[in-house]
Design a protein around this ligand. Structure first.
Ligand code: ATP
Ligand code: MG
Length: 568
């Protein structure tokens, strides 16, 4: 391949943001330096959409030897809280990323941003407006009709300066005045029609306390903070595309020659089937107790996914796989589930557990005997070694693995048929024992002592291999099985008068008692396992010395999507 061809091929494999960055580096823009930022508002826990943005911002800086700032966008004192700040820091670290120095806060720049505003007033480019919110809206016009100028637009600069000072000092009531940029009330872009820069809010702020009575709007804080921090590429979601001219207009007013001038780049936010991604709605789920908290394993939050058993690597792989799009789309949630399966397949220790037990008595096995059999911890990874599991005369198998009137194609246990017990023996079912109601209570089987380890003694084949647990030596654990939190593919779409809460799946959590092999006794909270044939599970935070609690992370196969495909 020629150099040119190679260059073209490389360019094609880059996403559009990487292309922009490589061009900037080639042009030595900003001295070739790359600085990105992740700017959460501390008004909720991070969700999988934020994780996408984190992987993108930190990933780009890693790739191009740059740096990423973690900046809390804390300009709204009403909804923000230190609990959120702490959870966000924890989640970013857990995802495997390091921010530059200490975390940053927009509130640290309130003095500077205030200074920028004063400069704009002095330059005749901002004014204190006394219109009410309703009047501002009325005067704004519509996308097809120009707006009307506020009667306060041309008040003397000196007057605006004095009133802005009074707003700051708390001498003006909320809603009575605001600071607006003087741009163009006839602009085809509504965001350019004299946008609000500051509003009065007398709430206490979680970091600056009662120092401020005015707070900058997003549009007069975000780009300013980017500029102060020397951010080169300010990556945000598509809904900010229409704000970009304003972002640039404000930069034109404040940016000095020779300093880094940030560039805003938009990408499509992550949307996922069966998932709500709005922080406001997630907060509602928590506050109204539809879930047990922000870290409920059914939540699409980073803390919920972590508790559910997702690994950081699986989330990073997922973010990578879905790529960066310029147009809004919706990603199938099964792709996320695929990513965790793929990762846990390599990492999770295999164990055996039975969720719906049926007792099997092996009638030709010595009553007092227990043997230790050898089981492989992970067939994908030899270095994970093996463990021993107890086997005795009574064991449990899964109820589903037995059928009294089994069709030919049922390859599990049935009267007169032989199966393999994983790592143990071949057994044949001889008798089905029932209670007075006709419910099956136990099976009587015989084993072939020559089939130890589950190996055929004479070349005869059995089709089915079952998992099992020793009935005399095991652990009883609470097992939490999860289904999707919402029963519709797009839970935001509701009938008229309906609500996203109407789409909640009432059966998203089932708690059962499972019987698990004793090796899990020493497991730690958060540890991942594969229960053979049943799925991936992890040990939940609710585990105590008395009771182990497991969460099912995912089933082994995407059984759900198979069923829905059949239906189609
Ligand atoms: P809000 O509507 O409350 O502002 P938000 O989801 O935008 O919520 P922020 O805390 O402002 O929350 O988001 C921090 C960063 O994460 C922003 O840069 C935002 O663009 C990005 N982000 C938020 N949601 C998604 C998503 N679904 N996909 C990708 N990035 C997202
Ligand atoms: Mg936001």
């Amino acid at each position: 391949m020629s150099n040119k061809e190679e260059a073209i091929e490389k360019k094609e494999s880059l996403n559009f943001i990487e292309q922009i960055i490589e061009e900037d580096i080639a042009n030595n823009k900003n001295g070739g330096v790359i600085v990105t930022r992740f700017p959460p508002e501390p008004n909720g826990y991070l969700h999988i959409g934020h994780a996408k943005s984190i992987c993108l911002n930190f990933g780009l800086a890693q790739k191009y030897n740059g740096a990423t700032n973690l900046r809390f966008d804390d300009t709204n004192p009403t909804k923000e809280d230190i609990e959120y700040v702490d959870s966000i820091k924890k989640d970013v670290e857990w995802l495997g990323f390091k921010w530059e120095d200490k975390e940053l806060y927009t509130s640290d720049y309130f003095d500077k941003i205030y200074g920028f505003a004063v400069d704009l007033i002095k330059a005749g480019k901002a004014y204190v407006c006394e219109q009410t919110a309703e009047e501002v809206a009325q005067f704004k016009g519509t996308p097809t009709q120009p707006g009307k100028e506020s009667p306060w637009r041309n008040r003397p600069i000196e007057e605006s300066l004095q009133l802005f000072e009074k707003m700051k000092n708390g001498e003006i009531d909320e809603g009575k005045m605001s600071l607006r940029a003087k741009i163009d009330m006839a602009s085809p872009n509504m965001h350019m029609r004299d946008p609000l820069m500051y509003r009065i809010k007398k709430d206490s702020h979680h970091r600056t306390g009662d120092k401020w009575n005015i707070y900058p709007m997003y549009d007069f804080a975000h780009g300013q903070s980017d500029y102060i921090e020397g951010i080169t590429h300010s990556i945000c979601t598509l809904e900010f595309e229409v704000h970009r001219p304003l972002y640039n207009w404000f930069l034109d007013q404040i940016a000095e020659e020779g300093k880094v001038r940030p560039r805003q780049i938009e990408f499509a936010r992550l949307n996922m089937t069966y998932t709500i991604m709005s922080k406001r709605k997630l907060l509602q789920l928590v506050e109204e107790k539809h879930v047990s908290g922000w870290d409920d394993p059914r939540m699409p939050t980073v803390s919920g996914l972590r508790r559910r058993g997702y690994t950081a690597e699986s989330i990073r792989n997922f973010a990578d796989k879905i790529g960066v799009a310029k147009r809004n789309n919706i990603i199938d949630v099964s792709l996320l589930e695929f990513s965790v399966r793929e990762d846990l397949n390599k990492k999770a220790k295999r164990v055996m557990g039975v969720l719906n037990p049926l007792k099997v008595v092996i009638t030709n096995y010595d009553e007092d005997k227990t043997e230790e059999l050898t089981a492989i911890n992970n067939p994908e990874d030899e270095t994970m070694g093996s463990r021993s599991i107890p086997f005795s005369r009574e064991i449990y198998i899964e109820q589903d693995d037995f059928m009294e009137d089994a069709p030919k194609k049922f390859f599990r246990l049935a009267p007169g048929r032989e199966v393999r017990l994983r790592y143990a023996y071949f057994i044949t079912c001889n008798d089905v024992i029932k209670d007075d109601n006709g419910t099956i209570t136990e099976l009587h089987c015989t084993y072939d002592p020559l089939s130890k380890g589950g190996k055929s003694p004479d070349g005869r084949k059995v089709k089915g291999t079952l998992h099992w647990v020793d009935a005399n030596n095991n652990i009883k654990a609470e097992v939490r099985l999860y289904d999707r939190l919402f029963k519709t593919e797009n839970p935001d779409i509701v009938d008229e008068g309906g609500h996203f809460l109407d789409n909640i799946n009432p059966d998203s959590l089932t708690k059962i008692e499972g019987i698990i092999e004793p090796s899990v006794k020493i497991a730690k909270i958060g540890e991942n396992f594969q229960f053979e044939r049943l799925g991936y599970f992890c040990i939940d935070d609710d585990t105590t010395s008395e009771k182990i609690v497991f969460n099912r992370t995912v089933t082994l196969r995407d059984s759900w999507s198979k069923i829905s495909n059949k239906r189609k």
